[in-house]
Ligand binder design. Structure first.
Ligand code: AMP
Length: 400
């Protein structure tokens, strides 16, 4: 952020889409904390900050009479906590996202003060990337800063369209955006090798583009989680009731063939923890992943797979991890994911660069208290996945 913020009004898109409990109290403020360095930087330099964010899906969850559920989705819920996080800085709230009241409040904002605009998604124009709405937002400030990596894959008014109303010298990514882009780029462009990608989660179909891209980039691809069984079955294994996408078996074989052609080693779990039911208290035992009896299902990678995967991870110089190795929400089937998290942390301690990006693997690393033991934990689930797939994210493209 090379811009001079002194005396400037800064319109900043952040991702304050925090989880709330039944009393509308914030249960996890990670996303707010992630934006603090950028907010503080502008305030310390003598700027004033006008914050925009979405919160939840107010358009999809309208009240019975068709109106927005303001009570549930108002960004007012974050105001007091934000002031606390900023050591008592003045944080005002505007109950409108744009219009006269927002304009007056923005105009009266002094250096060192913060104004939070109402949920951008209260306006249907937000998700349409509407130009008029974006222009109304733009006229509130001198400079636009985008620090919302988590929504960078959406071409919305406040994440993308608004940028076109600021000249190049008056817009910038925030520190969080910069870090996310730098870390993902470090994995994609000229990584230290061997590069190992660990891909897990439920379905192959969600990760096809990622796997295809990784075959061009990685030296090793470790596949765990539910998606492994589509590969195991495609190769003739017996997978019982495990999660298998029947229509993706040909694709699985094609991916394996392509990897072989390119000299990329794909590692599937030799054994699995199998269960007689999809339940936390199901009976469970260890069996080869290709010999799951009828009526049973693989819910975690087994001990041999854990050891084999750990050895690959330990010998890697760059590691990318997306997706859990099993149904880690159930303690009996969390050990594979835990072991992988530990292996990634161990490899990092001996000099590897590790990026944990996307959804549930991030939750796993956080749950285990290992977030500081890996090189970088991404804040953007879908956005990170699309970035790694090689797509140009609209929120990033709009700045260039
Ligand atoms: P994803 O969002 O694609 O990363 O998938 C995460 C989900 O996959 C988690 O909720 C896991 O419980 C689930 N999952 C992981 N392994 C399995 C498995 N072997 N069978 C069924 N679901 C799984």
């Amino acid at each position: 952020m090379q811009l001079d913020f002194n005396g400037k009004k800064v319109l900043m898109r952040v991702d304050f889409n925090v989880p709330l409990n039944g009393n509308n109290e914030i249960t996890d403020d990670t996303r707010m904390r992630a934006a603090l360095p950028t907010i503080r930087h502008v305030l310390d330099q003598g700027g004033a900050v006008i914050l925009m964010s979405h919160l939840g899906r107010p358009q999809k969850k309208r009240l019975d009479d068709g109106s927005i559920n303001v009570e549930k989705f108002t960004l007012r819920h974050v105001v007091n906590h934000l002031s606390q996080l900023l050591n008592g800085a003045s944080v005002a709230f505007c109950p409108k996202t744009v219009g006269e009241q927002a304009e007056t409040m923005a105009a009266n904002l002094a250096a060192g003060e913060v104004l939070v605009l109402e949920n951008t998604r209260f306006q249907a124009e937000e998700a349409k990337g509407d130009a008029t709405f974006a222009q109304q937002l733009a006229q509130l400030a001198d400079i636009y800063v985008n620090d919302a990596f988590g929504t960078a894959h959406r071409a919305h008014a406040s994440t993308t369209t608004v940028a076109q109303y600021f000249p190049k010298e008056n817009k910038s990514f925030g520190f969080l955006m910069q870090k996310e882009i730098e870390n993902a780029t470090r994995v994609l462009n000229d990584p230290a090798r061997p590069l190992t990608a660990i891909i897990g989660g439920a379905k192959v179909s969600d990760k096809i583009l990622l796997l295809e891209r990784l075959i061009d980039l990685a030296n090793h691809i470790i596949i765990g989680g539910g998606m492994a069984y589509t590969f195991v079955k495609a190769q003739g294994g017996q997978t019982g009731n495990s999660l298998v996408e029947e229509d993706k078996q040909d694709l699985a074989l094609q991916l394996l063939a392509k990897a072989k052609d390119k000299g990329v080693q794909i590692h599937l779990p030799a054994d699995s923890v199998i269960a007689d039911n999809f339940a936390a208290d199901a009976q469970h035992e260890v069996q080869p992943s290709a010999a799951v009896p009828h009526g049973w299902m693989g819910l975690d990678i087994g001990p041999d797979a854990r050891a084999a995967f750990a050895a690959v991870i330990q010998a890697s110089k760059t590691i990318l991890w997306n997706g859990p190795m099993g149904v880690f929400e159930m303690p009996n089937f969390a050990n594979g994911t835990k072991q992988i998290a530990q292996s990634v942390a161990d490899a990092t301690a001996t000099g590897a660069f590790s990026l944990v990006g996307g959804g549930d693997s991030v939750a796993a690393v956080n749950q285990m208290g290992l977030a500081d033991a890996v090189s970088y934990v991404s804040t953007g689930g879908g956005a990170m996945l699309e970035f790694l797939e090689g797509k140009e994210l609209p929120g990033i493209a709009a700045m260039r």
